[in-house]
Design a protein around this ligand. Structure first.
Ligand code: FAD
Ligand code: SF4
Length: 472
C-alpha cells in the first residue's frame, strides 16, 4: 500500500471511543458505544503508524489484515476495506463489537505504550456496517458448485464460519440448530447491550443469500439421528459449544432464588426476541438485592442485565483480586460505571436460606492470594475468622462451562479427552478432523469455553480441512 498521508497523525488525534453515559444506558438493552462517523473513522484509522511489524495481526486470532484495511478506511475506500476484512473473518461486524480487544489486537498495538491503541475493533465494525449501508454483499458470482454437501451441527460462530467458507468454495452447507434463531451464544447468551440481535439477523440474511440453508428448531440426536447426517452428507462439522455449568459444590446451590447464569441470560434474551414459551422461565431482578458469584465475562453480563432489570443492588463476588480476574477489563469498567459493586477476594461457602426456604444471603470468607500453582496462578486462601453473610434476594452462579459431549459420540467413534472436549486437532494432517474421518469439529466444544473469534477461526480452518478431505 501507498504510504500514509500523515504518519505522525497520532500526535494530534487521541484515541476516541465514546459511549453513552451510564445513567442513560442502564435504562435499555441497546448497544452503548457511539458509532463512528466517516470523518472520525478516517482520523482514528490514520492513527496507525504502519509500524512495519503488525503485532496486532498476530494477536488477532483470525489474523485480519488490520493495517491494510485501516489505510483503506483512512482513504474512505469502504467497499475495498469490506472485501479485505471479510476475507479473513466471517463475522467482522460482530467481532469488532465483542472481542476482548484489550487482550488481542489492541493490546498488541505499538501505540498501546502510552498513546492509546488504535481503535481497531470499532473500525472493523464500522467497515462492514458502512458497506452494508452501501448495499455490499459477498460476491459469489465466480463460485463453481462442486455438487458436495456438508451438514453443520450448531449455528454458533464456529458453525457459521465453517458454512461461510464452504459456501465460498461451492459446497452446499446445511446448518442445523436446536434453537429457533442462528447465532448460538451470540443470540442466546451475550446480552443486547454488547451485541444487538438485529446484527446477527442481518448476517443470517447475508448467509442465506449465499445459499447457506438453516434448519432451525432441530436437535441432532433427538429430532434427527446423527446416523442420517452421516448417510446423507459428504462430511459433518460439529460446532455444538459447551453447556454444562460449573457448580460451586457448596450448600444451598439448589435453593429457590438461586439460578445459573445461562438460563437467566437465555430467558432474558427469549423475552426480548419474542421466543418466550413460558413466562415462568423469565427471572426478574427488579427491586432485588442480587449477588453474582464469579469474575468472568458471563458474570459481567449477568451483573449488567440485573442492573437493567432494575435490581435494587448488584454485588459481584470473586475469589481473587481485581488484577487476577478472568473477565475483560473493559467489561469490568463498564459494570462498575453502571453501579455494580465488586467484592474482591471473597469465596462463597454456603448460600443461606431464610425462614421461607428461599435464598436470603451468601456466606463468604475473605481470601488472600497464596503462592502460584503448577499453572502459575496464585491460589486464593481463606483467612480464618473472616466469614460474613452478604444479604441477597437472588443469587446468580457464573462459574463457567464444561463440555457436555452427548452419549452418541461414542457410537460414531468421535473421541473426547478427559475433560469431555472433542479431539479435533488444529494441526493434524487434516485440520480439525475428529477420530471419525468424515466428522470435523471446532469452537468451544474442542477448546473448552473460549471466545467468538477463536470459534470463527476454528470453523474456517475446519472448512479448509473438509475441502481437503473432499478433494475439492
Ligand atoms: P455456541 O455459540 O455455543 O453455539 C453452539 C450451537 O450449537 C448452539 O446454537 C446450540 O443450540 C447448538 N447445538 C448444540 N447441540 C446441538 C444439537 N445436538 N443439535 C442442534 N444444535 C445443537 N466471547 C467473546 O468473544 N466475547 C464476549 O463478549 C463473550 N461474552 C460471552 C457472554 C456469555 C454470557 C457467554 C456464555 C459466552 C460469552 N463469550 C464471549 C463466549 C462465546 O460466546 C463462545 O466462545 C462462542 O459463542 C462459542 O462458539 P461455538 O460456535 O463454539 O458455540
Ligand atoms: Fe481485533 Fe477481534 Fe477484530 Fe481480530 S477479530 S482485529 S482480535 S476485534
Amino acid at each position: 500500500p501507498k504510504p500514509r498521508k500523515n504518519p505522525l497523525q497520532f500526535l494530534d488525534v487521541p484515541r476516541q471511543l465514546d459511549k453513552q453515559p451510564a445513567q442513560q444506558r442502564i435504562q435499555h438493552f441497546h448497544e452503548i458505544y457511539v458509532p463512528f462517523d466517516a470523518a472520525t473513522a478516517s482520523r482514528q484509522a490514520g492513527r496507525c503508524v504502519d509500524c512495519g511489524n503488525p503485532y496486532c495481526e498476530w494477536q488477532c486470532p483470525v489474523h485480519n489484515f488490520i493495517p491494510d484495511w485501516l489505510k483503506l478506511v483512512q482513504d474512505g475506500k469502504i467497499l475495498e476495506a469490506a472485501e479485505l476484512s471479510n476475507q479473513t473473518n466471517s463475522l467482522p461486524e460482530i467481532c469488532g463489537r465483542i472481542c476482548p480487544q484489550d487482550r488481542l489486537c489492541e493490546g498488541a498495538c505499538t501505540m498501546n505504550d502510552g498513546l492509546g491503541a488504535v481503535t481497531i475493533g470499532s473500525i472493523e465494525k464500522y467497515i462492514t456496517e458502512e458497506a452494508f449501508k452501501l448495499g455490499w454483499k459477498p460476491d459469489l458470482s465466480r463460485v463453481v458448485p462442486t455438487g458436495k454437501k456438508v451438514a453443520v451441527v450448531g449455528a454458533g460462530p464456529a458453525g457459521l464460519a465453517c458454512a461461510d467458507v464452504l459456501a465460498r468454495a461451492g459446497v452446499q452447507a446445511v446448518v442445523f440448530d436446536r434453537y429457533p434463531e442462528i447465532g448460538g451464544l451470540l443470540t442466546f447468551g451475550i446480552p443486547g447491550f454488547k451485541l444487538e440481535k438485529t446484527v446477527v439477523q442481518r448476517r443470517r440474511a447475508i448467509f442465506e443469500g449465499m445459499g447457506i440453508e438453516f434448519r432451525l428448531g432441530v436437535e441432532i440426536g433427538r429430532d434427527i439421528e446423527f446416523e442420517s447426517l452421516l448417510a446423507d452428507y459428504d462430511a459433518v462439522f460439529l460446532g455444538m459449544g459447551t453447556y454444562k455449568f460449573v457448580q460451586g459444590g457448596f450448600a444451598g446451590e439448589d435453593l429457590p432464588g438461586v439460578t445459573a447464569a445461562l438460563p437467566y441470560l437465555v430467558a432474558n434474551a427469549n423475552r426480548q426476541l419474542g421466543f418466550e414459551r413460558n413466562p415462568a422461565d423469565f427471572i426478574d431482578m427488579a427491586g432485588k438485592r442480587v449477588v453474582v458469584l464469579g469474575g468472568g465475562d458471563t458474570a459481567m453480563d449477568c451483573n449488567r442485565t440485573a442492573i437493567r432489570q432494575g435490581a435494587a443492588q448488584v454485588s459481584c463476588a470473586y475469589r481473587r483480586d481485581e488484577r487476577n480476574m478472568p473477565g475483560s477489563r473493559t467489561e469490568v469498567g463498564n459494570a462498575k460505571d453502571e453501579g455494580v459493586q465488586f467484592l474482591w477476594n471473597r469465596q462463597p461457602l454456603e448460600i443461606v436460606a431464610g425462614p421461607d426456604g428461599r435464598a436470603c444471603g451468601v456466606k463468604m470468607v475473605t481470601t488472600e492470594l497464596g503462592p502460584p500453582d503448577a499453572k502459575g496462578r496464585r491460589q486464593p486462601q481463606p483467612i480464618p475468622g473472616s466469614e460474613e453473610v452478604i444479604p441477597a434476594d437472588a443469587v446468580i452462579i457464573a462459574f463457567g462451562f464444561r463440555p457436555n459431549p452427548p452419549a452418541w459420540f461414542d457410537q460414531f467413534g468421535i473421541a473426547t479427552d478427559n475433560n469431555g472436549r472433542v479431539h479435533a486437532p488444529a494441526k493434524a494432517p487434516i485440520a480439525h478432523q475428529t477420530a471419525n474421518p468424515k466428522v470435523f469439529a471446532g469452537g468451544d466444544m474442542v477448546r473448552g469455553a473460549d471466545l467468538v473469534v477463536t470459534a470463527v477461526y476454528d470453523g474456517r480452518q475446519a472448512a479448509e480441512g473438509i475441502l481437503q478431505h473432499l478433494g475439492v
